[in-house]
Design a protein around this ligand. Structure first.
Ligand SMILES: [Fe+2]
Ligand SMILES: [Fe+2]
Length: 204
């Protein structure tokens, strides 16, 4: 990989992410495209599940279902798109062990309302932001044209999803509380990736 090019890409700032993805991760990911694709399918499935779970938990929260329902639908469309590429390459939605990333983040969500709601939005937004950052790298460095196009298409949606979770949080919570929780959860998110999980995953 052209490392000077990588440096330029690293400078494109994504709000919320404290640490940028390492070159080690992109090398692992592009060396294992099918495993990343399979894990990606699971990520899209789980992203739809998170949006639905929030819609059920906060069923009567004004303005929430209106944005999370289309988001869940879009994640399922992404899921189906990845599934069809897997299927065209002779693969199915096989089971894959998850890296510790999402469970570390979930463990740090406050147990009591209303902070539970705020933290849930922030954690979902952080995952979207990281997915966006990594898809941007894959869209640039994957040697496979079909996969480069897939990631280039999907990363635009992931940036929008991240914006949706940000807006849900920003419209409902005091700025100081929001910033303090974001700072703390963004640190957890970046720390969860410092020691790279050796199996190739979107969030290794
Ligand atoms: Fe997605
Ligand atoms: Fe998303």
């Amino acid at each position: 990989m052209d490392s000077s090019h990588f440096q330029v890409l690293r400078q494109s700032k994504i709000r919320w992410l404290i640490n940028k993805t390492s070159e080690e991760w992109i090398n692992l990911a592009i060396a294992n495209p099918m495993e990343i694709l399979l894990d990606h399918a699971h990520c899209e499935r789980k992203a739809a599940g998170v949006a639905l779970q929030l819609m059920f938990r906060y069923a009567s929260e004004p303005g929430l279902s209106e944005v999370l329902s289309p988001l869940a639908r879009e994640e399922l469309e992404h899921f189906e798109r990845v599934l069809s590429i897997l299927s065209a390459r002779g693969r199915k939605l096989e089971k894959l062990a998850s890296p510790p990333y999402a469970s570390i983040l979930t463990k740090n969500i406050c147990k009591d309302e209303p902070l539970r709601m705020l933290d849930s939005f922030l954690v979902a937004g952080l995952i979207e932001a990281r997915s966006h950052e990594r898809m941007q790298l894959l869209s640039k460095y994957s040697p496979d044209v079909e996969l480069r196009d897939l990631y280039a298409d999907l990363l635009k949606s992931e940036a929008r999803h991240f914006g949706i979770y940000w807006k849900l949080a920003d419209e409902r919570f005091d700025k100081n509380i929001l910033n303090s929780r974001l700072e703390s959860l963004a640190r957890v998110e970046s720390d969860a990736l410092v020691e790279m999980h050796q199996e190739p995953r979107m969030h290794s």
